[in-house]
Design a protein around this ligand. Structure first.
Ligand SMILES: [Cu+2]
Length: 329
């Protein structure tokens, strides 16, 4: 199915490009005696060809996305697949609308390009047309809203959160993420813990640690301005609002970190064939701030560490608590 669309889109692109080149040649061709053309033709058709050319470059850049690795980052979230499907659906709807409207625009720009001494006719409007271009988007938007509501519910509704295996607190400030981990996992007392620190809590900066397959519930806060907690590989994004504690949950389906000389490093992939952990850049998973929060916004970058299992996560927690400065700089 994907191959079909790929071939179809490339064919359409090639046809559009051929048409564009044909028109370009026609406009710049030296006219024969008695034929319209030359400077006036170049002047009047230039803008439509420029607009058409820019759109062709845009389509081309979308078509080579898979070849250039410009697509979505690796998904390791348990609900990431659903988010990606919705993303592609919305991209298809908006992309098609874009092509359709731009196509019409360029066509009319070419066909009715201004000519000296021709008056522009005055059009008052068309009631039926206006009704159609209001009703069609309304139907499409309603369709999208109903399609995404179940995924939204599972990701955002607290009543639908799974029972957590692990909890943590994320507190954003200009310009870093402060994490707080409890020593023992006690979901029943999680709410209470999110409001009141324990003396033995582990405080870490810019590192989200979790075990593979664990349902993680985190309490998101901010100490100053608006920030946005963004884990692209888990397809998780949530704004942090001053004065509010916002619960977020996720479940990472793959591990990416290994203990190396007493430090846990991310960017490791388990290779099934050699049964060894290999370094892989695709397994460095970023935590970013997705809300322009001040001059140092770009610095609010952390890492996601997914441990192989709960035991490894607890081993890290114990070690990090004993030596709080042992994290990767
Ligand atoms: Cu920020």
């Amino acid at each position: 199915m994907q191959t079909f669309w790929y071939v179809f889109l490339w064919t359409m692109f090639a046809a559009a490009l051929a048409g564009w080149i044909y028109l370009l040649l026609r406009v710049f061709k030296k006219p024969a005696a008695g034929e319209p053309g030359g400077a006036p033709l170049v002047q009047s058709k230039f803008w439509s060809l420029l607009f058409g050319g820019v759109i062709l470059i845009e389509i081309f850049s979308v078509l080579i996305t898979p070849l250039m690795d410009w697509g979505l980052p690796k998904n390791v979230g348990s609900l990431g697949g659903e988010v990606d499907n919705l993303f592609h659906l919305i991209l298809a709807v908006t992309g098609l609308t874009f092509l359709l409207t731009e196509g019409v625009l360029v066509y009319y720009m070419y066909k009715y390009a201004g000519e000296p001494r021709r008056r522009t006719p005055y059009v008052h409007g068309n009631h039926r047309l206006e009704l159609i271009w209001t009703a069609v988007p309304a139907v499409i938007l309603l369709f999208l809203a109903f399609t995404e509501v179940s995924a939204w519910e599972r990701i955002k509704y607290q009543s639908r959160f799974p029972e957590p295996d692990q909890i943590l607190e994320v507190s954003a400030r200009q310009f870093e993420w402060r994490m707080r981990y409890p020593q023992d996992i006690k979901p029943a007392a999680a709410e209470e813990w999110s409001r009141r620190e324990e003396a033995d809590d582990l405080h870490v900066v810019n590192e989200v640690h979790t075990g593979k397959g664990a349902n993680v519930k985190l309490y998101l806060k901010t100490r100053d301005v608006l920030h946005s907690f963004f884990l692209p590989n888990l397809r998780i994004k949530q704004d942090a609002l001053p004065g509010k504690t916002i619960p977020v949950w996720f479940n990472a389906t793959q591990a990416n970190c290994q203990e190396v000389d007493g430090l846990w490093l991310s960017g490791y992939r388990y290779d099934e064939s050699s049964q060894k952990w290999e370094k892989d850049k695709e397994y460095v998973w970023e935590l970013a701030c997705a809300e322009l929060c001040g001059w140092g916004h770009y610095k609010m970058q952390g890492r996601l560490y997914v441990h192989t299992d709960k035991a490894d996560y607890e081993k890290w927690l114990k070690k990090a608590s004993a030596a709080p400065n042992s994290h990767v700089p």
